[in-house]
Design a protein around this ligand. Sequence first.
Ligand SMILES: Cc1ncc(COP(=O)(O)O)c(C=O)c1O
Length: 398
Amino acid sequence: MNNALNQLQPYPFEKLRALLGGVQPAADKRPIALSIGEPKHASPAFVAQALTDNLDKMSVYPTTLGVPALREAIGQWCERRFSVPAGWIDPARHVLPVNGTREALFAFTQTVVQRSDDGLVISPNPFYQIYEGAALLAGAKPHYLPCLDDNGFNPDFDAVSAETWQHCQILFLCSPGNPTGALIPLDNLKKLIALADQYDFVIAADECYSELYFDEQSPPPGLLTACAELGRSDFKRCVVFHSLSKRSNLPGLRSGFVAGDAEILKAFLLYRTYHGCAMPVQTQLASVAAWNDEAHVRANRDLYREKFDAVLDILAPVMDVQRPDGSFYLWPKVEGDDAEFCRALFETQHVTVVPGSYLSRDVDGLNPGAGRVRLALVAPLAECVEAAQRIRAFIQSR
Ligand SMILES: Cc1ncc(COP(=O)(O)O)c(C=O)c1O
């Protein structure tokens, strides 16, 4: 057996199951889960139609590179969405389809990490656990940067030592973040690009929540926006990860892309060819339809906006909770131990939320998720409102 497997941490949901395992929840209340970040809004019918219209493509092997129509649709979407000058993104070299960002983040790490005794993969803390597992299985050491309230829930990149940057091979960014919902400001992205040049590391920007934001007039910038503003038309050392899962409520389609540095993507394509993870052609063609449409994405944002408004109205008077910059998560502070809060909430109110400490690592005695919980506002409005009312009643009863 690969002994690196022993280094993998239990997944947060495994820990949550263990926490809630023996607990008897209030039988008179229907269960409401705000725990799993699985979109629940309806998938767009026109995407399902495009998928069924192309089912005959099951008879062909897909290529890892994907069909030109998909790479072109993605390239154009990136240019439109992130204000990249027209023609900068060459669909043949700067774009690769992936089966969702999860597998891509993992596989990308295997491609980029050069095994050594002191190679670091730097990630935010709390973080999406794939970054850590991918680093460990690639033979690198995870290095965690705390995301705390006093820095807008972003890592304090200025506090990272030169020695740490010297050993960095990949810097993972997550913007808007899971679970914090924090956006990394454009100026910070530009500074990080300068650091990547200085210390020769790759920036892997997980932007799978980029389309879930509140102000229709100001879509959040991403790493490609920073490249565009810097005139960095080769996207050197920069790769972004995007997905239809959250943007288009298609978590089961398994469709996303990576875009950026052509040299890195060439190596990634080689890795993927051996890994054997080409996206089925019918999925690619359905994805073209999804990337070419924004109306369903705006409608999706409207639904989340309505839920955030309603839930924050109920919770803000009784807990320290802020509207995030983006994503579908709330990341409130709770009194006392976060795991105990979740356990007691489940027992008395039959509402499931995730302890913040399960999404973060202890570093030097500090767990940045301790004393917080993650609420995913994915359930329908009425259910989110009922959950918020129960959480409020729970807090008031303590
Ligand atoms: C931060 C983050 N990145 C990546 C993913 C993976 O999403 P997908 O593989 O559906 O694109 C998730 C899913 O919850 C996530 O929260």
